[in-house]
Design a binder for this molecule. Structure first.
Ligand SMILES: [Mg+2]
Length: 164
């Protein structure tokens, strides 16, 4: 990874379905369940230790599981129900005083492309849609919901080098 790109990063933003989860939705009566990877949770702490803000950006709304996971991990931004992800991204930049080049975004599907094109570092899980894999700076080895977030954070922290 280019260290000049990584050194600019101040915020990591993750899509939820297909990135923090494997994209499957389990319909259990009135509830919709998803599965998160514990190792990705550790990544949030690592990112914060490296001085980076962390957030999630999802077009799906009304997901108690996502809200609970976000609260447990202490995400700085929980952007859900965002049908227009590009608009939500622009709003995030304005609100936090960030440049697009200072944000890394991980997404897995077509709806993520407008944000991936703007982000300073764009990444996709190994099992992202082909159009997305072709468009991003970095295709991760790990699939969504199986360590993709962890891998990105590990790579960024490694590129940043030891904290002086
Ligand atoms: Mg997705």
């Amino acid at each position: 990874m280019l260290s000049s790109v990584v050194l600019r990063l101040r915020f990591l933003l993750f899509d939820v379905d297909g990135v923090l989860t494997d994209g499957r939705l389990f319909y259990l009566g009135d509830e919709v369940a998803v599965a998160f990877d514990v190792r990705d949770g550790v990544a949030v702490g690592r990112a914060r230790d490296a001085g980076l803000g962390v957030g999630l950006l999802s077009s799906r709304k009304d997901s108690p599981a996502v809200a609970r996971r976000a609260a447990e991990l202490g995400f700085d931004e929980v952007l859900v129900g965002c049908r227009d992800k590009a608009a939500a991204f622009a709003d995030l930049l304005a609100r936090r005083g960030l440049e697009a080049s200072e944000v890394a975004y991980v997404g897995d599907d077509l709806v993520d492309l407008p944000v991936l094109r703007r982000a300073g570092l764009s990444a996709a899980p190994a099992d992202a849609a082909p159009e997305v894999r072709r468009s991003v700076d970095l295709v991760l080895d790990a699939p969504g919901g199986r360590g993709a977030a962890r891998e990105l954070v590990d790579r960024i922290v490694q590129a940043l080098g030891p904290v002086s």
